[in-house]
Every structure is written in C-alpha cells, then in structure tokens.
Design a binder for this molecule. Structure first.
Ligand code: GLY
Length: 382
C-alpha cells in the first residue's frame, strides 16, 4: 500500500471502491456517504440504456425510494418500482412468483436490469428473481442495512426460504454493481445496526486480527457514522471479496464466512425465527462465542482470546450467550437435530468453523456429534 492509500484507508471519508475479481463476472462495490445520490450515473455507466425494475420493501421505499428514483431520472434511466412487505416471510415462493410476473409484465428484456434496494431479505429475493427471469438478468445491489452492505449483497448468494429451512432454494447470481451508501445506515434502528456489526466483527475474527483490534479501538466511531464506518464497511467488503474470488461456489474456503453461523442458524430456528427474541446478527454473535468456546473446549485456543472476543461483543451490546435470549430454549438434543439438518452437513458429518486464535479460523469437517452434544448440554444449563 502507498502512503496515500494507507492514510486514506485509515481515515476513510471519500468514496471507496472494492473490486470483486471474478473475471468477466467481476464487479465493483462502491462505498461511502451519499453514494445513493450518484446511483443513477453509476448504474448508467455499467448498464447504459437499461430499463430497471427497482424492488424495495415498503419501509425502505418510504425512506429512500424517492431519492433513488430521482437519481435514476437524472441519469435518464427508465424504471419501474415494485414493493414487497418487510420481513423474512417475504423470502417465499409466492413473492418470488409475483415478482417474476411483475418484471415480465413491465416488459423488461434480457439487456435490462433488476435492482434490489433494501436489506438482506430484498437482496436475496431480488437476486433470485434476477437469476431466474429470462434465464438471468443483470442485477444491481443497493444494500440499505449494515448486514447487507458487509455480507449479503456481496458474493452472489441469492434465494428464498423453504418450509424445510432458510435459503434452501436459490442460485449463485453475481450482481454487476453494488452501491453501499453508508449514510442510509443513519436511519437503521440501533438493534439492526448492532446485528450487522456482528458480521463486521466476524471478518476480524476469521482472518484479520489487526482489523479486530482496530474495531476494539474504533467501534464507537463506526456506530456514530464517521469515516470509520466507511472504513469498517470497506474492509469487510474487501475481506469478503477476497474469499469469494478464491472460492465463489463455496467448495472450500468460502465456508469460513460461516463462522458462528452453524450455531447461530440453530438458535434462530430454535426460536422459530421470532425476531422479537433473536435477529440473524444476534444469532451470529452468540454463535461466534459458541464457536470460540467450543474451540477452547477442544484445546485449540486459550481462554484469554476467548474472553477478549466476549468482552468486545458484549461492549457493543450484542448478546454473547444462549442465556441472553429471552424465553424458553429447547434441549441440547433438539439443537443437535437442528444443526444436523443444516446445509453445512455433508453425509451426516458435522462441519464447524473453529479457531486457533483471533483471526485464525479454519473449516473442520467431521466434528464428533457427541462432543457437540456434551458442549451444548453444558451451555444450555449454564
Ligand atoms: N454469507 C456467507 C456467504 O456469502 O458465503
């Protein structure tokens, strides 16, 4: 890194670009305050003359659709807006079918594009519509939650939920551009911002100890919306872009991004996805703690780094143990059953992301279910 690049990386402030290097399917992620205002020009540069279907949930539409549509108008891009109800239940076959029909009814052609303006639900659902309609249309992600900016809008995972579990129907379909306006995060409820922050911390924990230390020192500024927020989003996207470029279809290393997710998804499922009790990022926070504690139990990591992770997540206000979840929880046996049904199971063997230290996570296949069961029994009784 040059001195200027280092200084800029440390101070943030300007718009930053992170490239996802996937050859002909590579794309830029533009990050900064006010990116939404220039969205039309940025999309027109990548997709000149395209007509757009903009899909947003009703909450995001009421906050940001007008400004976004103005920007498209200024760039001379024709567009149709389609709204969906907010919430996870929107990621379903019925909405998928309706959106496919609406895009076709709007007579969008293969050279046109579909835009997701919203959080992870809208991004995943819209991406799957873009993957399916006319066997694949161009797709732009405009993520408006922290979680979507640092995780779900990058890397091309799209899909909907099935009665058998979350995200079980979907496709890999990369966007052609991601526009992450960090100013729109000012309107996020604190609980949602915190939940997204769990995914930011994840990048430090899985592969970048220096970033984790930077977050320990700068998290308040990240929450407050200073240049540090842009820097945290950019560093997270850079980390994700690098993993996705190396293993787009998750045959190996990309699984590292699931740190905390095996336990986290099981917790979300155990509370029947009641967001009043637990949202995804909170499940990931507790899941990351359980992954560290389980690694400690296996003698892979010492108590001191585990305590440091707990202290940071707790300091930002994230839950760090199963006891932080309100209400009754199921037994260890039920948890294990849920884990065994997870996508991260291959021929009955449990796959976990474990760690040897802060920034030193690894994929462990074939974890003994009895060890997990004993560990969970203890954690649930604690
Ligand atoms: N959220 C994990 C991944 O994109 O692979």
């Amino acid at each position: 890194m040059t001195d200027t690049a280092t200084a800029r990386a440390l101070t943030g402030g300007d718009e930053q670009t992170v490239r996802v290097e996937l050859g002909q399917r590579g794309y830029d992620i533009r990050i900064g305050r006010g990116v939404l205002e220039t969205a039309g020009a940025q999309i027109a540069a990548v997709l000149p003359g395209a007509r757009l279907a903009v899909i947003a949930d009703e909450t995001v539409a009421s906050l940001h659709l007008e400004a976004f549509a103005d920007s498209l108008d200024r760039a001379g891009l024709r567009h149709t807006a389609i709204t969906v109800p907010p919430g996870e239940s929107t990621k379903c076959m019925r909405e998928f079918e309706r959106l496919c029909d609406e895009v076709l009814a709007a007579r969008l052609e293969r050279g046109d594009a579909i835009v997701a303006l919203g959080g992870g639900v809208v991004g995943d659902l819209t991406g799957f519509v873009a993957a399916a309609v006319r066997r694949g249309m161009a797709f732009v992600q405009v993520p408006t939650s922290l979680l979507a900016q640092v995780d779900s809008s990058v890397g091309g995972k799209t899909g909907i939920n099935s009665r058998y579990g979350k995200n079980l129907i979907g496709a890999f379909h990369q966007p052609v551009l991601v526009l992450a306006d960090t100013a729109v995060l000012d309107t996020l409820p604190l609980r949602d911002f915190r939940a997204g922050y769990a995914e930011v911390a994840k990048y430090g924990l899985l592969g970048d100890a220096e970033f984790f230390a930077w977050l320990e020192a700068n998290w308040k500024a990240v929450f407050a919306g200073g240049p540090e927020r842009d820097e945290a989003v950019a560093r997270s996207c850079r980390a994700k872009a690098e993993v996705v470029a190396a293993d787009e279809l998750e045959t190996g290393r990309r699984a590292l991004l699931n740190l905390g997710h095996t336990f986290g998804h099981a917790l979300e499922s155990a509370v029947s996805y009641e967001t009043g009790r637990l949202v995804h990022g909170e499940g990931v926070s507790i899941g990351m703690m359980l992954a560290h504690e389980f690694s400690e139990r296996l003698g892979l990591i010492g108590a001191e780094p585990v305590a440091r992770v707990r202290a940071h997540l707790a300091e930002v206000g994230l839950p760090v143990s199963v006891q932080d979840i309100p209400g009754q929880l199921p037994t260890a046996g039920t948890f294990l059953d849920i884990i065994a049904q997870d996508k991260k199971v291959s021929r009955g063997a449990l796959t976990f992301i474990l760690t040897r230290g802060i920034g030193d996570a690894f994929v462990e296949k074939g974890v003994d279910p009895d060890l997990v069961s004993d560990f969970l029994k203890e954690k649930l009784q604690a």
